[in-house]
Design a protein around this ligand. Sequence first.
Ligand code: S6P
Ligand code: ZN
Length: 188
Amino acid sequence: MDFKYGNPTPEIVFDAKNLSGKPIEKIERKIMDLNMIFKDKGASETMDQNQIVYEVDCYFPVENDTEGGLFFGITRIKPGKVGDEYFMTKGHFHSNRDRGEFYWGLEGEGQLLLMDEKRRARTEVIKKGSVHYIPGYIAHRVVNTGDTELSFGACWPSDAGHDYASIEEKGFSIRIVQKNGEQHIIKE
Ligand code: S6P
Ligand code: ZN
């Protein structure tokens, strides 16, 4: 690594729309990848399975599982609903449960769902300028409750790993749905 002062070229640059610079890994999640997370399976099955729900641009400067390293990402969630439930990320615990993470809002508005291993859940409003510290042992999911794209940044340890299976199996204990034009939190 080059430590000279004033290197004019940043490793990567980001805005609310994308991440660029060094090789960026791009992940797309479509309705077909997310049928199991929404409450209304009938509604998701009738939708265009190729419709993109969210995209993630990731910068992995070190190998996966490196102790002491960090990863960086930008997630963009489209506006939309499956039945009355807003588009959202899969959500996960970290495989190494004690690893934390930062999220920060870039554009749009939504809710960050946080849930501990006893399934106690709470929400934080995520929007431009909001910063969210997600401690270890806490599952996290973001829901786009607005009618524009919601984008947010994330920084997490390179040895955190992702446990999606626990969420696919049991879900979160709360969901965010729209009723009479307003967002509501419902308990499972
Ligand atoms: C990684 C970090 C984010 C998510 C992204 C998509 O630890 O939390 O980059 O990967 O927001 O969410 P999910 O739940 O599908 O990984
Ligand atoms: Zn995470």
